[in-house]
Design a protein around this ligand. Sequence first.
Ligand code: AMP
Length: 361
Amino acid sequence: MAVFKLDNVEDLYEIGEILGSGHFGQVREVRERATGTRWAAKFLKLRRNASSRLGLERKNVEREVEILQALQHGNIMALRDVFENRAEVVLIVELISGGELFDFIAAKESLTESEAIEFIEQILQGVGYMHSKNIAHFDLKPENIMLSDKDSLLPDIKIIDFGLAQCLTQGEEYRSMCGTPQYIAPEVINYTPLSVATDMWSIGVITYILLSGMSPFQGDTNEETLRNIVEMNYEFDDRHFKQTTAMAKDFIQKLLVKEQSERMTAEECLLHPWIKPLTKKQAANRKRSSINMRNFKKFNARRKWKMSYNMVSACTHLSRMQLLCKTRDTENQELRQCESDQEDTETNRASLMRRRLSSSS
Ligand code: AMP
């Protein structure tokens, strides 16, 4: 079991500006008083009692902490320390100052496929490492892919937010309906057992968006998006993919596969010729092709705009649509546990309460 320190975090760290907000609290920059080193502190509100709807259950915080403790990789946010008081748990983590990968790319004039691959390769390395430990992230999306430092020419990818991550045990099934509509795999919507391959689907979606600026399953409503995913309704429209190599499309096609066992694993992705070219011609093609920057900038602007809104949760949608759940009890439990069901990062107390109430109604 994870051990949380009972010291007052403010005695050891000076609390600074807000860096972002998650569903259960804020992330702030902090300065370690003893050394002057800068870190980030993730404040997670704890649920006061079993009947309370606000805050996280301690066991969920413990799970996030145990997973972060098990992961030490250059492309995964590092955990330094954990403090606890009556109301909250504070995770002291590596400060990631480069912002989101998508914002970094959207600020550029152009980007070749080979430049985009440098980032995708790092995502795959981080994800491959966690999968080698049977840990699945279950919430891979642009908001959770950050950069160490935006001033360097090729900053390091840092995967954040392990709030939905799970350590999968062989022989035990794990189901969940949580995630963000655009990025979730069919097995999430169908409420069938998930696996590390569930993350690989999300990487397929992220790559599709990165290259074309279009979201493969995006419908006019979340319901339509979910239906498109279940029906595998996507295509490579020439209008958006005219600068994309055939290898890149093949890479995506091998990830957006309904059957989990047939999806490429992270290890296999790292050996795919789009990532690791076998010939000079393949390498040259990647350098000549570029991402659809005009579309990508539009996509990112729309994404940021949506993030400032409190979107109705996917979990609520899923339950309303009654698409999938077999048993009410399990469903309600799942819904209560769902933490990342909005495409926003600014969740205030009131909206959180509304969301929780609607989730459990
Ligand atoms: P999270 O609750 O983990 O999703 O974090 C909420 C937001 O805080 C993220 O979307 C980031 O903008 C920001 N954030 C999270 N972790 C860090 C970090 N280690 N360094 C800097 N900003 C962070």
